[in-house]
Ligand binder design. Structure first.
Ligand code: SAM
Ligand code: SF4
Length: 326
């Protein structure tokens, strides 16, 4: 297991399969976003080579993300290759769900274990405004397809944005009364591309939790308050699913962070919210040996930043969220 200098075991890698997306969520990227040419992105065999290397170093958990990972050509084959890699125990995906009605079953058959699906509102007009052109019904169909394919427990991600979907907190949390889903409210974080918007339209986890409790009563703590990944989990009384809060901005979980990120263009990023990057694709293409790449990764892991610097006003401005991989 690769350890950083603070003793954290880094065993979880998020791999971005593409920076492209079929939506343009207002809190994620500008409408006129330009994407990287395909040749600059890791090719399928390069993803699998790097996965093997990371697995050798103790990475056992992979989440595929993007951009929108389901847009990646050969996504099913990539999932199969990763899930068959020795040492990888779990492969999951974060997706906007739009293509899951078609892809959920093939992805599950290829070894995908679970999905997190992003849905910030249940109302078609608001969804369109938040995503700039999405149809919420397609996401709901995707959620059903994921359940039918056994990609469970389904986790739903919602970012609450001032002036867009504050009134959706209560209905979204209410889904857990009837479905065994985990509805997770994520605090909006600042990056390049929409920084001013992200800094001014934030709704904190505490504000969201208050709204949920005003509507449904005091929430019951789940797991004795132990974090599930990055989420603090609760239940609405008699609910069958969980409500989670991811307070990366107001109450960061950096001390227990065990993850690293590999961007679609093959850059290793040890903290979502720090600009420091280690290029793995260029040396791989230049013929570096596995031992040389291994050394690069171990050094990067060792130097993983203790935590982000949002509290001091340090904002990562070299990439949008979609270019890093959320
Ligand atoms: N396209 C996929 C999706 O939307 O689920 C995967 C990539 S997206 C970048 C991953 C997650 O990041 C989504 O749940 C999205 O809501 C969240 N996200 C995007 N921009 C964010 C921001 N500025 N702050 C917090 N979360 C953000
Ligand atoms: Fe696309 Fe996901 Fe970003 Fe929305 S949050 S624009 S779906 S990458």
């Amino acid at each position: 297991m690769a350890k950083d200098r603070f003793g954290r075991n880094i065993h979880y890698l998020r791999i971005s399969l593409t920076d492209r997306c079929n939506l343009r969520c207002v809190y994620c990227m500008p409408e006129d976003m330009t994407f990287r040419p395909n040749a600059e992105l890791m090719q399928d065999d390069e993803i699998l080579t790097l996965t093997r290397l990371f697995a050798n170093l103790g990475i056992d958990k992979i989440r595929l993300t993007g951009g929108e990972p389901t847009l990646r050509k050969n996504v099913v084959e990539i999932v199969r290759g990763i899930s068959e890699t020795e040492g990888i125990k779990s492969v999951s995906m974060t997706t906007n769900g739009l293509l899951l009605s078609r892809l959920a079953q093939p992805l599950a058959d290829a070894g995908l274990e679970r999905v997190n699906i992003s849905i910030d509102t249940l109302e078609p007009e608001k969804f369109k405004r938040l995503t700039r052109w999405g149809k919420v019904n397609e996401v709901l169909e995707g959620i059903n397809a994921a359940e039918d394919a056994g990609l469970t427990p389904v986790k739903l991600n919602a970012v609450i944005v001032t002036g867009y979907n504050e009134s959706d907190v209560v209905p979204l949390a209410g889904l857990t009364q009837e479905h065994p889903w985990q509805v997770r409210f994520i605090e909006m974080m600042p990056f390049a591309g929409a920084t001013e918007f992200q800094l001014t339209q934030t709704v904190t986890a505490a504000q969201v939790q208050k709204e949920v409790e005003d509507a449904y009563g005091t929430l019951e703590v789940v797991n004795n308050g132990k974090l599930d990944g990055e989420a603090r989990l609760f239940k609405i009384k008699d609910g069958i699913g969980d409500v989670g809060f991811i307070s990366s901005v107001t109450s960061p979980f950096c001390a227990s962070c065990t993850r690293a990120r590999l961007t679609a263009d093959g850059i290793l990023r040890m903290c979502l919210l720090r600009e420091k990057e280690i290029d793995l694709l260029t040396p791989l293409r230049a013929g570096a040996s596995m031992e040389e790449l291994r050394e690069l990764i171990l050094e990067a892991v060792w130097m993983k930043p203790w935590g982000h610097g949002l509290a001091d006003g340090t904002i990562p401005l070299n990439r949008t969220m979609s270019e890093i991989g959320g």
